[in-house]
Design a protein around this ligand. Structure first.
Ligand SMILES: C[S@@+](CC[C@H](N)C(=O)[O-])C[C@H]1O[C@@H](n2cnc3c(N)ncnc32)[C@H](O)[C@@H]1O
Length: 505
């Protein structure tokens, strides 16, 4: 492994300098809000597409903030004399945050991206140069050990993570340390692992520069760095989930063949969870000829765990290969090499009989229940992040449903969840709708078809009457046999509870 073109990193143990650097960055409003205000939304958004020209144009002045953006986000050297009053320059040079460039300029050794915490915290994510935003495509990096900053996958995982206070959290494949940083806000102890020692070094810098407590950093693959008896209340991982022909980039290629890395991660998480604990992963999975993707994923779920698997997107193998070829900037290189790589990708899929690849979220919760509840569903529509509370409540409702048979459901009381609307679908002008849809405006933003009884039932649910009493009233209203209605409706109630339209009161 060669790290030749990756720069030497700042010293992780110079906490005095890191604290002074943090103060200086905050003083100059080098924060998520400050950055957005300075760059404007289009230039800010362009950064996420690895386009820096708009940001360079927006930072041609010489205010402290403009200089810091050029230095720490746009990889531009700045005059030593100009940053002298803004940063502890000499200490930064000595501890390795900065290096001399030319005769009178300084350059950053890492990218530093201001990042706003959910509670308004001003944090900083450290990554390799050119990797703060937009992935490796921006720098066309071929270095296998390069450490990326924040990407869409990072913020998706951070958003779906259950944020209840816990004593021990594990961030597996920590990279820049973004998940560990989030976890440090609600976990007493955070363990962060990575197979890439450079990532652990960078995680230490991210945590220190963000003013967060240090994590327990461990080098190694998957769960290997843990002691046999080590268990956690929360495990999160945005793993190197890309299904690719051969491991090339550590941050994305798991190097285990097909979707084996994701499968292993999910399977082995079960025995690492404490009772009631959550494990949350982003993953890619193969759609194999003649196999139902849901069956494939269900088989991954470890014993003693409930699971919620959400497939957010499916790409055919050509779209998938192109996505990752572009991610690595391969499309900008030699066309013959590009074609050979593309070919290799399709060869790999052909050999595995893979037709498409699913992208999504896998959440496990350890319950020890004899009959675990496993939901594998497709929901490609927009959702409202953060979803951590929605995820927690999903599993809480599963517990309720597991412990309530149909008779118990009918004696139960339910409340319609907030911000649910009813939509009637049918031909324009028709007297009766063809069907009724209930739609959530929060969380998963689900929509579900119901019949008129289901819609009427949901509408009356304010927690005061039992489900059975409501059904009896509806039966009388529509002239249906109440016994039959009590018999056939629990399945619908169950679904509405499971999907969060109705909450047990
Ligand atoms: C997609 S990055 C995620 C980084 C960060 N956690 C985030 O959410 O942005 C995957 C990380 O997993 C690490 N990794 C790769 N293979 C691994 C393995 N077998 N075991 C543990 N970590 C691994 C990579 O070095 C990289 O830092």
């Amino acid at each position: 492994m060669s790290h030749s073109s990756l720069s030497a990193l700042p010293a992780p143990d110079r906490l005095d300098v890191t604290a002074r650097l943090r103060d200086a960055l905050l003083e100059a409003s080098f924060t998520a809000d400050g950055l957005l205000e300075l760059l404007g939304a289009p230039a800010y958004a362009a950064l996420a597409r690895s386009e820096i020209v708009p940001a360079l144009r927006a930072t041609r002045g010489d205010t402290p903030l403009e200089m810091l953006v050029r230095l720490f986000l746009l990889q531009q050297p700045v005059p030593h004399a100009r940053v002298e009053g803004v940063l502890p320059v000499d200490a930064c040079l000595e501890s390795g945050w900065l290096v001399r460039a030319g005769t009178d300029e300084v350059a950053a050794t890492v990218d530093v991206r201001p990042y706003g915490g959910a509670g308004g915290e001003d944090w900083f994510i450290v990554s390799d140069l050119g990797c703060a935003v937009g992935g490796a495509g921006g720098i066309g990096s071929r270095e296998e050990g390069v450490v990326l900053g924040v990407g869409g996958a990072s913020t998706t995982l951070a958003g779906i993570t259950v944020r209840t206070p816990v004593s021990a959290a594990l961030d597996l494949g920590t990279g820049s340390g973004i998940q560990a940083l989030h976890a440090a806000q609600h976990a007493t102890r955070v363990t962060a692992t990575d197979i890439n020692p450079r990532a652990l070094h960078i995680t230490a810098l991210t945590l220190a520069l963000s003013g967060a407590p240090a994590a327990d950093l461990r080098e190694g693959s998957l769960f290997e760095p843990l002691r046999d008896d080590e268990t956690y209340d929360l495990i999160v991982s945005n793993p190197p989930f890309v299904i690719s022909p051969g491991a090339r980039l550590t941050y994305r290629d798991g190097g285990m063949g097909g979707d084996d890395l994701c499968r292993t991660l999910v399977q082995q998480a079960g025995e690492r969870l404490n009772e009631g604990g959550f494990a949350q992963f982003l993953a890619n999975w193969q759609h194999v000829e003649g196999e139902d993707w849901q069956d494939r994923l269900r088989a991954w779920v470890p014993r003693g765990c409930d699971a919620w698997i959400v497939q957010r997107e499916v790409q055919d193998v050509t779209q998938y290969a192109e996505l990752w070829l572009r991610d690595a900037g391969d499309h900008r290189g030699d066309p013959a090499e590009y074609q050979a790589r593309y070919d290799a990708w399709l060869d790999e899929f052909e050999a595995r009989k893979v037709k498409a690849v699913g992208f999504g979220w896998i959440t496990l919760r350890k319950t020890g229940a004899a009959v675990p509840s496993v939901t594998a569903e497709e929901w490609p529509h927009p959702v409202e992040q953060p979803l951590g509370e929605t995820v927690r409540e999903h599993f809480e409702r599963l517990d309720y449903l597991r412990t309530h048979d149909d008779a118990a459901l009918l004696t139960g009381h339910f409340k319609l969840a907030p911000e649910i609307v009813q939509e009637q679908v049918g031909l324009p002008g028709a007297e009766d709708p063809e069907h009724v849809v209930l739609r959530q405006n929060r969380g998963m933003r689900r929509a579900t078809k119901v019949d008129t009884v289901g819609a009427g039932f949901a509408g009356v649910c304010d927690g005061s009457l039992s489900a059975g009493r409501i059904l009896d009233a509806i039966a009388q209203l529509v002239g249906e046999d109440p016994v039959l209605l009590r018999d056939r409706t629990p399945a619908q109630i169950r679904l509405l509870v499971e999907q969060g339209f109705l909450e047990p009161a």
